[in-house]
Design a protein around this ligand. Structure first.
Ligand SMILES: [Zn+2]
Ligand SMILES: [Zn+2]
Length: 392
């Protein structure tokens, strides 16, 4: 029996609309109570309570992360995931609009819930903490949180509508130098200057930057440069991020960056210690057939999206690690004017505005409709899987 896909989609959109005010209130409550990564206790609790009230089975604190959760409705396959984020930034609150991401994931789940009797399969809303700092999804991916999924979606608010997104693979690096302190004027010859080592390395990296691919990024800050001008610093430290469009080039670049730090050690005599984070972000792989389906669902909501991948990658996201395991998309929904950048106070205001609410509801409806496509269209599922297996 052929399912009436359009009727199911209309039902899902109406379900989201029916909960409009509750969803906006939920988004605003998270926005007004910003919590940074791994501290998102209230946001996570509010989202879980709401999902439970709506008939989802909720597991809290999964993967050893107290603010992670998994909420399921329906049973068996296909299994579609909507990923929630809800962490804020220090000082500037929800300047990345994760209140919208978290609430839209819950709302999309709500939309699909009512049609699962007709379609079969299940929907999971997965709460993924600390996108901004440690990359909760990297930890959760290692623990198999995304292993049993047929598709994963997350819509990020931004200043344009887009179905494809590019994000760089990213390796965080911590560096320290150990030298020998001495009086900077009376006995400079007895000192080994750990700050000099770091400055030499910093400048070597600045020179390297001229000769790397245009899409790659290396940037960092000095977190310890000594304490007193009359003491030769015996310790210095820095945090760096190395980013590239693919994992192979990232590995090349990591080796070049370490060579710069070794040069600083060699020239100054200070000893180098460094540590790559085990939470390396993978590049985002946007699934073509899934993105196409999503594009077709955004259009009737009045949101036209460009066909091709954006030319520039915008930073990195731990959704990349999910996209390495399962067909995934990370679309953006416009909630702010073009000139407003995420991670700004202006954007934080947009994430709580009428445009923000509209973005939240449209994102939820479109994701719910795309989930219905996946649940009811075996050919789409096969094309998604083929592209996923073929992509590097
Ligand atoms: Zn952000
Ligand atoms: Zn973000």
């Amino acid at each position: 029996m052929a399912v009436d896909r359009e009727r199911l989609k209309a039902h899902a959109a109406a379900e989201v609309e029916a909960h409009r005010q509750e969803l906006i209130d939920l988004s605003l409550r998270i926005h007004d109570n910003p919590e940074t990564g791994l501290q998102e206790e209230r946001a996570s609790a509010w989202l879980c309570e709401y999902l439970e009230k709506q008939g989802f089975q909720v597991e809290r604190g999964i993967c050893g992360l107290p603010t992670a959760f998994r909420a399921t409705v329906g049973s068996g396959e296909p299994r579609i995931a909507f990923l929630a984020e809800y962490d804020a930034l220090p000082d500037i609150g929800h300047a990345c609009g994760h209140n919208i991401i978290g609430t839209a994931a819950v709302a999309a789940g709500l939309g699909v819930r009512g049609v699962l009797d007709s379609t079969g399969g299940s929907v999971v809303v997965i709460g993924t903490p600390a996108e901004e700092i440690v990359g909760g999804k990297v930890i959760m991916a290692r623990q198999g949180a995304f292993a049993d999924l047929d598709a994963a979606m997350l819509t990020h608010p931004g200043s344009r509508d887009a179905v494809h997104s590019r994000a760089l693979a990213c390796a965080p690096l911590e560096v320290e130098y150990f030298g020998r302190e001495s009086h900077a004027a009376a006995r400079p010859e007895a000192g080994v200057n750990a700050l000099d080592a770091l400055i030499l390395a910093y400048n070597a990296i600045s020179a390297l930057r001229q000769h790397i691919r245009g899409s790659a990024r290396v940037h960092g800050v000095i977190t310890d440069g000594g304490r007193a001008p009359n003491v030769v610093p015996d310790h210095s430290a820095a945090s760096f991020l190395v980013r590239a469009e693919d994992e192979a080039y990232l590995e090349d670049l990591k080796a070049k960056v370490i060579a710069c730090f070794e040069a600083g050690a060699r020239a100054s005599g200070a000893r180098l210690e460094y540590r790559w984070s085990e939470n390396q972000f993978a590049a985002m792989r946007s699934n073509g057939p899934l993105a196409e389906a999503h594009k077709a669902n955004l259009a009737p909501l009045g949101r036209q999206t460009p066909d091709d991948q954006p030319r520039r990658a915008l930073g990195s996201t731990d959704m990349g690690n999910v996209s390495a395991l399962v067909p995934a998309i990370h679309p953006t929904i416009a909630v702010a004017p073009r000139e407003v950048s995420i991670h700004s106070r202006e954007f934080a205001a947009c994430a709580a505005s009428e445009e923000g609410h509209r973005g939240l509801l449209d994102a939820a409806k479109a994701m719910a409709m795309t989930a219905i496509d996946i649940l009811t269209d075996a050919d789409l599922r096969q094309r998604m899987q083929e592209e996923f297996l073929a992509s590097p």
